[in-house]
Ligand binder design. Structure first.
Ligand SMILES: [Zn+2]
Length: 147
């Protein structure tokens, strides 16, 4: 009997700038930098506010509310550990920034532009890592009926 070998899923590599974000994810909190001077939320992490160029910011917990800005479905794995088909979405957070993630908890064909979402965290199988994902919010449209 053959044993199927499966590569582990790749994990993020936190940088000095992004470490607070990833540390928050492991506590299942979505932390974003919020500018102390103009209040702009920013993502991805960086040293300067893109609006006022201030270097002053605090890591602040985001609401977890978001909507689909765009998405696509991948049918060919670009890395063998990923099971196809899977979606990659750009979600627009209620606070303004957009981030890449995956939509979970619904079929790929039920995803639509502006679909209301809420944050969830998924543990990467067999690894002590939580990644931020998004699922349809309770006020999302019901899934389309299959024909
Ligand atoms: Zn600012």
């Amino acid at each position: 009997m053959m044993t199927e070998f499966k590569l582990p899923k790749p994990l993020p590599t936190p940088t000095e700038d992004s470490k607070p974000f990833w540390d928050g994810c492991q506590r299942q909190e979505l932390l974003l930098q919020k500018c102390d001077d103009c209040g702009t939320w920013r993502f991805p992490p960086g040293i300067l506010c893109p609006r006022c160029m201030s270097t002053n910011s605090k890591w602040t917990k985001a609401s977890g509310k978001a909507k689909v800005f765009s998405w696509q479905v991948t049918h060919q794995a670009f890395y063998p550990a990923w099971d196809t088909p899977y979606n990659v979405a750009i979600v627009e957070l209620e606070e303004g920034p957009r981030m890449h993630s995956n939509i979970v908890g619904c079929k790929n064909e039920d995803i639509y532009i502006d679909m209301p979402l809420e944050l969830t965290f998924e543990k990467v199988e067999e690894q002590e890592w939580y990644l931020p994902k998004f699922k349809p919010a309770s006020n999302a449209n019901a899934p389309r009926k299959s024909k």
